[in-house]
Design a binder for this molecule. Structure first.
Ligand SMILES: *Cc1c(COP(=O)(O)O)cnc(C)c1O
Length: 340
C-alpha cells in the first residue's frame, strides 16, 4: 500500500474524513465486539443524554511513523485509564483498556495510508469518544452508549519551529472545586469557548485559569497543563483535583526527573509568584509543549525566558519527549505500543 498524496508538512489541526472509523455499542449491560465502518455520521436518538445533559467523554492521542517505517502509539493505556475514570465520574460504562487499545490499533491499521511518514513532523491524531445515547428525557444515565474512534492526519503544530506565545489570566473559571475538571468531558470545553474568544480578541493565545476556590493559583493553560522551570532548575507543575491530568505533563515530569535528574515538584503555583520561574510552558498531546512567553495578569505582562525564543530546558525536554514518541530516543518500559 502507498501513503496518501498529501502535503504532510502543510497540514493543520483540522478535520479530515479518512476511510475507516471504529464503533461499538453498549446495551443491556455489555459492549458488542465493535467494528470498522466507513460512514462518518452517527444516527442517534433525539433524546440521547450526550445531547442534553453532557453525558459524554473524549480522548486524544497520536500515532507516529518511526524511522524504520513501523507505526506506534504513545502510552495508549494511559488514555484508556483516563477514559475509564471519566466514565466513572459521569456514570457511563467503562471501555476496557484492551478494547480501547484494540480499537485504536484497528483504526490506525485501516487508515495506514493517512499515517504521516517519518520526518514530516505530522502525526495521525486519534479521537476516541464515549457518548450516552438511546431514548430518554429525564436527567439520568443513558440506557445505551456508543464508543467510537476516528482519526485524521494533523500537521506539525509549530510550522516554523517552536515559538513562545502569551496568555492572559481569565476572570472565568473552567471547573468547580469538586466538579468535573479532572474528567475529559465536553462540558468543560463548551464553557471555555467564550473565555478563549475574549483572550484571543485581546491578542492572547488563550486563557490561564486559576483555581476556582481562591483564584490565587494556576490550574490550566487553555486546554493544556502548566509547567514551570524554577530558577534553581526544578520542574514544577500545579497539583489540584480540578486539573485534567495530562499524559504529556506526567511524561515530561518523568523525563525531567529520570533523563535529566532534575528535581520535580507537583504543588501549588501562585499567580503572584511567577518570579520563581526561569521558563514556563503549556503541555498537551496537540503541541506537546507550547512555550509561554508571558502571562498577563493585574495589568501587566510577566515575561519568563523570552517572548520570542524558547528556553533551553523547555527545548531539551521537548526534543527528548518527541524523540521518544517517534522512537528515536529510548522510551521507558511500557510507553510505546507497536501497531504493526
Ligand atoms: C486533554 C487535555 C489536556 C492535555 O492532556 P494530554 O493527555 O497531555 O493530551 C490538558 N488539559 C485539558 C483541559 C485537556 O482536556
Amino acid at each position: 500500500m502507498k501513503k496518501a498524496a498529501l502535503d504532510w508538512g502543510k497540514l493543520s489541526f483540522s478535520y479530515m474524513n479518512t476511510d475507516y472509523r471504529y464503533i461499538s455499542h453498549w446495551k443491556d449491560g455489555a459492549w458488542d465486539s465493535g467494528k470498522l465502518v466507513t460512514e462518518n455520521t452517527l444516527t442517534i436518538s433525539e433524546g440521547s443524554t450526550a445531547l442534553h445533559y453532557g453525558q459524554q467523554a473524549f480522548e486524544g492521542l497520536k500515532a507516529y511513523t518511526r524511522k524504520d517505517g513501523r507505526t506506534q502509539l504513545f502510552r495508549p493505556d494511559r488514555n484508556a485509564a483516563r477514559m475509564q475514570s471519566t466514565a466513572d465520574r459521569l456514570l457511563m460504562p467503562r471501555v476496557s483498556t484492551e478494547k480501547f487499545v484494540d480499537a485504536c490499533d484497528q483504526v490506525v491499521k485501516a487508515n495506514w495510508k493517512y499515517v504521516p511518514p517519518y520526518g514530516t513532523g505530522a502525526t495521525l491524531y486519534l479521537r476516541p469518544f464515549l457518548i450516552g445515547v438511546g431514548d430518554n428525557i429525564g436527567v439520568r444515565a443513558a440506557p445505551e452508549y456508543i464508543f467510537g474512534v476516528f482519526c485524521m492526519p494533523v500537521g506539525p503544530y509549530f510550522k516554523g519551529g517552536m515559538t513562545p506565545v502569551n496568555f492572559m489570566v481569565s476572570t472565568w473559571d473552567r471547573a468547580a472545586p469538586r466538579g468535573t475538571g479532572a474528567a475529559k468531558v465536553g462540558g468543560n470545553y463548551a464553557g471555555s469557548l467564550m473565555p478563549h474568544e475574549e483572550a484571543a480578541h485581546k491578542g492572547y493565545a488563550d486563557c490561564i485559569y486559576l483555581d476556582p476556590a481562591t483564584h490565587t493559583k494556576i490550574e490550566e493553560v487553555g486546554a493544556a497543563n502548566f509547567f514551570g522551570i524554577t530558577k534553581a532548575g526544578a520542574f514544577v507543575t500545579p497539583l489540584s483535583p480540578s486539573i485534567l491530568p495530562s499524559i504529556t505533563k506526567y511524561s515530561l515530569l518523568y523525563v525531567a526527573g529520570e533523563y535529566f535528574k532534575m528535581k520535580t515538584e507537583e504543588r501549588d503555583v501562585f499567580i503572584d509568584n511567577l518570579d520563581e520561574f526561569a521558563e514556563a510552558g503549556a503541555c498537551g498531546t496537540a503541541a506537546v509543549i507550547t512555550p509561554i512567553g508571558g502571562i498577563f495578569h493585574n495589568g501587566k505582562l510577566h515575561v519568563f525566558h523570552s517572548e520570542t525564543e524558547v528556553g533551553p530546558v523547555t527545548k531539551k525536554l521537548y526534543d527528548t519527549l518527541v524523540g521518544i514518541q517517534y522512537g528515536d530516543v529510548e522510551a521507558p518500559e511500557g510507553w510505546i505500543h507497536f501497531v504493526d
